[in-house]
Ligand binder design. Structure first.
Ligand code: SF4
Length: 429
């Protein structure tokens, strides 16, 4: 019985119990959200040592970090190091998007190294092996499922129907999703429909067997501000909404992926429309990047969009690194991208129903330490204590304030002034 079916039967499986404990939510309530498909808890039946994470309504916004070899840089060890670094920096999930070297080896090594859920994009392996056929795509998917992968991106919404909208309403950048463009190539080369769409019931059978969560890919996501919010994107979402419904009926957990590059004033509409069209499925966003002009800073442009999206209902943010659009991220890029995306997720949590109070208690911890000029307390509350400590101590000066205002420390001056007032008039104490 799948997790969704078990939750629907009124039972509270162990993975739901564990996630409920971490999130501070009633397990029975979480089970109802899983049963309704509004929360997913990816966890392949073959995965060992998984620390499960819940993604969706009433839960904290989660962060995924993409890793993986390329055809130029194909070291499995380097990708494992990145996976561990992401995990240590607080990533809730990682995705292995490898396209270079021994893909099976990289995937297995990452699975063995981390406890967070692992996602993949099986069509990459079919393409790398020159097996971009229906058989090749399903073989790759099943191979990943057998290895214990917890969630897979399948671009089932890229099909003849949605591509027709792209033809009628051309874009500046066409498709920027690798999986989306491979699917488009398959359709163009063969004249056949996308196998993951055409044989979606077969895909659901595999997913059911391994408790594989589907991440319905946003293959038509806009790759630049000029292309944001067009008909092709919305047509894909209509298709994804239909597929979510079929997945739920089959007891298969499904989330949906969203764009991309979106101007700030279109993000809320976009998120609400995606949630509406998919029946409240957990929403996994790639960005959204709020401008195209900041290569080198795209972890920041994505975080800005991530906060707005999280406030509007997005549940899962894919970390963007400073090397986005420029180069394969290195370990430092991954760490930076993970922290910046976690900050965006937390900023959204401060406004998010069901999560707000817990999120605010973290900020309160920091505020109290700041008000008391308690530096150890501030380091403890910092999202990245090592970075805060390094900056605080980099000049080697020891002071109870900091070098920003030194003797003119506003916090200390105001505190002393208030104490003086109280001494003059003890009734105010
Ligand atoms: S010196 Fe200025 S910046 Fe530093 S803690 Fe005091 S008020 Fe804040």
């Amino acid at each position: 019985m799948t997790l969704m079916k078990e939750a629907s039967s009124g039972r509270v499986p162990q993975s739901i119990e564990r996630v409920a404990r971490k999130e501070g939510i009633d397990p029975a309530k979480l089970a109802r959200l899983v049963a309704a498909g509004r929360v997913v808890i990816p966890g392949n039946v073959r995965r060992e040592g998984l620390d499960p994470a819940g993604i969706g309504e009433m839960l904290a916004v989660k962060v995924n970090v993409n890793l993986g070899t390329s055809q130029n840089l194909d070291s499995a060890e380097v990708e494992v190091e990145k996976a561990l670094a992401a995990s240590e920096a607080g990533a809730d999930a990682v995705m292995d998007l490898s396209t270079g070297g021994d893909l099976d080896l990289v995937r297995k090594k990452i699975l063995a190294a981390v406890k967070v859920p692992l996602g993949t994009v099986p069509i990459y392996q079919a393409a790398v092996k020159q097996e971009l056929t229906s058989q090749g795509m399903f073989d790759a998917l099943e191979r990943h499922a057998r290895d214990g992968v917890d969630f897979v991106t399948v671009h089932a919404g890229v099909n003849k129907i949605s591509l027709e909208r792209l033809r009628q309403d051309p874009r500046l950048m066409g498709l920027v999703s690798r999986g989306g463009s491979l699917t488009m190539k398959y359709i163009a080369d063969t004249g056949e429909e996308n196998p993951y769409y055409q044989e979606f019931d077969y895909l659901l059978e595999i997913a059911r067997e391994y408790e594989l969560t589907l991440s319905l890919g946003d293959g038509l996501r806009p790759g630049c501000i000029e292309d944001a919010s067009d008909r092709a994107k919305y047509m894909e979402f209509i298709m994804l909404g239909e597929l979510v419904k079929r997945a739920r009926a089959a007891g298969v957990q499904a989330m949906v992926e969203g764009p991309g590059h979106v101007p700030a004033d279109e993000i809320e509409t976009s998120v609400r429309a995606m949630k509406h069209l998919t029946g409240g499925a957990p929403l996994y966003l790639l960005g959204p990047l709020v401008t195209d002009v900041a290569p080198g800073y795209d972890h920041i442009t994505a975080a800005m969009g991530g906060v707005i999206a999280g406030m509007a209902g997005a549940d899962f943010l894919c970390a963007t690194t400073p090397s986005e659009h420029l180069d394969l991220p290195n370990r430092e890029d991954v760490i930076e991208g993970t922290y910046v995306t976690r900050i965006a997720a937390h900023a959204a949590d401060l406004t998010r129903p069901g999560v707000r109070e817990r999120a605010r208690s973290w900020d309160l911890q920091m505020s109290r330490a700041r008000a008391a000029l308690d530096w150890d307390g501030q380091f403890q509350a910092a999202i990245n204590p090592a970075r805060a400590k390094q900056i605080r101590h980099r000049r080697g000066l020891e002071t109870d304030t900091c070098t920003m205002c030194s003797e003119l420390c506003a916090i200390r001056l105001a505190k002393e002034a208030m104490e003086k007032e109280r001494d003059k008039d003890p009734k105010r104490a």
